[in-house]
Design a protein around this ligand. Sequence first.
Ligand code: GAR
Length: 202
Amino acid sequence: MKKTVSFLVSGRGSNFHAVAKAIMKGTIPAKMGVVISDTEGVRALDIAQELSIPSFFINPKQYKSRQEHEKAMVQLLGEYNTDVVVTAGYMRLLTPYFVHEFKNKIINIHPALLPAFPGTHAQRQALEYGVKISGCTTHFIDEGTDSGPIILQKAVPVYDDDTEDTLSARILKEEHQLLIESVRLFCKDKIVIKGRKVYIVR
Ligand code: GAR
C-alpha cells in the first residue's frame, strides 16, 4: 500500500516542490496528501495550486492556542489519510500534542549538520561560528527543537568568502536531494528507528 505524504510549509516551498515532483514522477512511491501553510499568500501555496495539490492556509491567529491550531491541522491531515508529514520550511515549533499524533512520522529538513546550529538562521549561525563544513540534516521531529532521530546528512564546504546567501544556496541544492531520498526510504519502509538511532534497511 502506498503511503500518503502531506506537507507543512511557511514560505518559498522549494523543498516541498522537489518532493512533490519526485512523487509525481514515481521516484518516490507515494500518494500526495495535502499542503498546509501557516502563512497566507506564500509561494509554496502557489506551487501546490499549479500542481493541483489540495492546499490550505490555516491561520494560527484564528485559534486560542497553538494546540487548537494544530488540532485543525491534524483533522485536515486525517481527512487526507496522511501517513507521513513533511515539514518543508515550516517555521513554527510543533507542540508535544502534534508530535504524539504523528510519532516518528514527521520528517523535517534542517539547513545545518545537527546537532550543530538548531533553530532559525542555521546558515548564519554556521558562518558566524566559523565552521569549515556545514550541510543539511533530515530527522524525525520529537518534542525538542531539531533534536529528533537523524535520518540522513550531507556535508558541504564553507568558503572564506561565503555570505549567508551563497552558503544557503549551496546547502539548499543538497537539501532537495536529501529530503527526496529520506521520504523515499520512509515510503519504501526502509527506515527502522531504535531509540534515537535510525537504521536504513538496504
Ligand atoms: C530551507 O532551507 C529549510 O531547510 C529551512 O528553511 C528553508 C525553507 O526553504 N528550514 C528551517 O530552517 C527549519 N528550521 P523552502 O521553503 O524553499 O523549502
